[in-house]
Design a protein around this ligand. Sequence first.
Ligand code: DGJ
Length: 721
Amino acid sequence: MKTIVLSLFFIISTLPLSLWAEEGSINVGQDGKSWVVKSRSSTYKVAVMEDNTVAMCYFGNNSYDDELITSAQGNEVTVRGGFTLQTPMVEVIFSDGVRDIELIYDRYEIIDLDGYPTLAIYQKDRYYPLSVVSYIKVIGDYDMMEKWVEVTNNSTSQGDDILIENLQSATFFLEKNQYELHHLSGEWTAEYKPYKTLLTQGVKTIQNKGFYSFGSSSFVIRPYGEQSDTEGEAWYGSLYYSGNWRVDFEKFASGSVQVTGGINFWDENYLLRPSKSFTSPKMLIGYTKEGSDGVATNLSSFTRDKLLNPSNREKVRPVLYNSWYATAFDVNEQQQLALAQRAKSLGVEVFVIDDGWFKGRVNDNAGLGDWTPDRIKFPNGLESMISKVNELGLDFGLWIEPEMVNPNSDLYREHPDWAIHYPNRTRELRRNQMVLNLAREDVYQYLYNSMSTLLRENNIKYIKWDMNRPLSNVGYLDAPEGESRSLRILYVENLYRLYKTLRAEFPDVWFECCAGGGGRVDLAMLSLADFTWASDNTDPVDRIFIQHSYLSSFPAMSMISWVTHEDHHHQNHSLEFKFDVAMAGVLGVGYDITQWSDEQMDIARAKIAEYKRYRPIVHHGDHYRLVSPYQENRSAVQYIDKESGESVIFLYNLAEYPVNSVKETLNSPKIKLRGLDVDAKYRFEGDDIAYSGRMLMDIGYDFGLRGAYKSGIYRVVKVAE
Ligand code: DGJ
């Protein structure tokens, strides 16, 4: 390992004051060749070494940024070339066949991106026309950073191409220690199951290879044995990418760990023509001393306040009705209007017809690709239906699955080559459908025209954008020269372009991201959509677990939950229990409500009214996951409006044991609240006693909820001084 001496006194660079975001800064060493990037809790150090390479020196606790000696832990941009001791971020083949890269420092600048100071370090290859800019943006107010790279082929000679075989967004190294990786993995209807694994020598990879992932690229790394969720060191990250992604955790024999993440270049490459650049997606990284709950707070509040699509970010989400569980593919105007009338009387605000409304869609065997209303089901078109729904005082929404095609569709009969395929290979079907090759410009134009016409010609205020199968047979042999192995990358570029174009053109439309449930939830998708359908599993007990995990990274205002008839565990749950679970996010109703009794209608009406009272806090407040259902036979989540001090707490009991029959019943029934003022007084709604914030947080409160599958929602207000 090389060792460098960093200047004892870092001087503030020439950066104008306006570039200094709250609690985030970039200090430049006196030599002009070392940088200390600081957020509230973390320090990230980079420096140019004697041999002109750029080293990543430290990432972690920000209490030690003035230390004299800092060791290089690895390169800031790791490459394939020379000694191959680190996980490479950049692997290329130059036009003469050379595959090694040798990067040296060129220059740096500090720029303002979206009001945040951003360090850009320029490196270039010693010989070949390749340059790499690595960026670190300090999002000081949310205590995190974003990293990404841009590579450029600086040649101007035709044919002097550089083939990118791998380009990762970011890497960082952690000092020698024993670490545990926490990540979320899952499958259809069982999304985001939390896993914890010790990082031992070798590489642990989490990845997606089919565009359809019920886990997440979000990860947390903690020192081994760290038990507390609310205290202790945690490094974390998450990718802004919705295609194939990967994150590698390499533990070296020396004991240090390298974390590298970005696009998964498995079976993929990208030809960089002369004078062209390629920018990787961003990777968000952070460090906190507040454990995995500190991570959840940082990630979810940043996503809520800064990332979600700005068109609707400030708005509370509507209560919706969705037809899928009630009528599946068998939809028609009269029956949907009957549902809409009942929905309106419950307090629903948007009525969404799910699958089944478009040409030929009698079941999942037909219709995908033909995005015009089915004339048999809707003889008067959609306009008549929509205006009647609007007259009821409801907004109207539709389900779409633009990226897919059924072989039994006009689109496929006309353009069989638009589906992703190889000649002489099976065209694999999943749910009777194939994936359109969105890397193609003609496919993009077809989808843009179909979707924009639909939105332009109809008063649609809500789109549920589904994606129900992974990629297969990923061939693109008729691609423009050099692009046949870039299908996945080009597909994702056009997917984002389609989202962005439609959102810009129809800014008052809500967009829900769905992929057979939570198969495509990541920071990039959350910047394009308003919310996501977290799972096709609507059983309330399963949902409590899924929601608990979802809230470890993302905000409640992005998490849609419906009340439906599903009851996977045959427990015959009460309607109240189901509502209490779904009300912890964006509430929807999915029952066939035309069949509901007056009593069921009354319960639902009262619950929706109650939800609307709490909704601003659930959607815009911070959340704390007070009790994990993975640790206890109950679960609790608190939402708090930090300004008013008002909280709402959702508590779910999952079992009731005879006293002292299991270890769990020996524990205190009290639950400790979070985020209160220690010296302020708080009162529970319906209770006259005022408790200090200190007591509620240190000792906790017994909510008195007893019995299996029972739930309660509690409001706590700050008592005026
Ligand atoms: C999968 C979704 O997750 C469901 O909610 C529903 O929209 C179906 N697709 C419709 O085909």
